[in-house]
Design a binder for this molecule. Structure first.
Ligand code: NAG
Ligand code: NAG
Length: 244
């Protein structure tokens, strides 16, 4: 970040164009919050109920990895997801309309229609249930997402498309294993997540979790704002110098 800022200051005017990305090319803070909230709302609503379902948290590392994948603008999953060093789950979404995070989450979760907990197999085809399974994978603790405006989308469209990529850890996967254990809500929460919060297993003190998330998110956006204004003022100075 610091090195980026210094470089930008040197390159001045040019850098403003690079840094001031249009709004649609990035996931807003509000959208990120909606995504985490809706994951947790949906996780607390699964049918049948879950004996153990964790509350998900935002993860900046997963977000950064999602960003580097989203810019590729290929309508498919990252083929390297299963490499040991990555081992992430991933959900993807595209929209030609202005991006709506609520709608995206709704669309993923509505794959519940194709999933039958009591049947074997629970789902006929991975493509019908994959997003749902990952959303309600009991052990997935972290999610981080990125939105990228693609001018064209390989394997999908030659029209501008918003591409949402969410990465998860630990990864959920399609197969014989169920995404969660059925049972009374919170009846089998693990020792480190003993408390029940809206059907989800959380740490003893909820403040721990809240502090962690805000701590992580706020400095990030401040850094962004600081460097943008630094760049803006640097380029203004440069422009003034050029004028005279
Ligand atoms: C986003 O999608 C949700 C669910 O489909 C809808 O209720 C809401 O009105 C949409 N918001 C906007 C701004 O279009
Ligand atoms: C799927 O989820 C929706 C939205 O929460 C719910 O209304 C519906 O009953 C669920 N369907 C099944 C089959 O679980």
């Amino acid at each position: 970040m610091l090195r980026g800022t210094v470089l930008c200051a040197v390159l001045a005017g040019l850098c403003v164009i690079v840094t001031l990305c249009p709004v649609s090319c990035q996931l807003s803070q509000e959208d990120a919050e909606t995504i985490v909230e809706l994951h947790n709302t949906y996780r607390g609503q699964v049918v049948p109920s879950a004996a153990y379902m964790t509350k998900m948290k935002w993860d900046e590392n997963l977000k950064i990895q999602a960003e580097s994948y989203a810019v590729k603008c290929v309508w498919d999953y990252d083929q390297d997801l299963n490499l040991d060093e990555k081992a992430m789950g991933q959900n993807i979404y595209n929209s030609k309309d202005p991006f709506n995070a609520t709608k995206a989450m709704e669309q993923w979760f509505l794959q519940n229609i194709s999933y039958n907990f009591n049947h074997k197999p629970s789902c006929q085809d991975e493509i019908l249930c994959r997003h749902y399974i990952q959303m309600v994978w009991a052990n997935s603790l972290s999610v981080g997402c990125a939105l990228h405006r693609c001018d064209t989308m390989e394997r999908l469209s030659d029209k501008p498309t918003d591409f949402l990529v969410c990465n998860y850890r630990p990864a959920g996967y399609f197969g014989d294993k169920k995404p969660y254990e059925r049972g009374e809500w919170c009846s089998r929460c693990p020792e480190n997540l003993p408390r029940c919060d809206e059907n989800l297993c959380v740490p003893e003190s909820s403040e721990d979790v809240d502090e962690q998330t805000t701590d992580r998110e706020q400095p990030q956006s401040n850094v962004g704002r600081v460097s943008t204004s630094l760049i803006l003022s640097t380029s203004l100075v440069t422009l003034l110098l050029l004028e005279f």
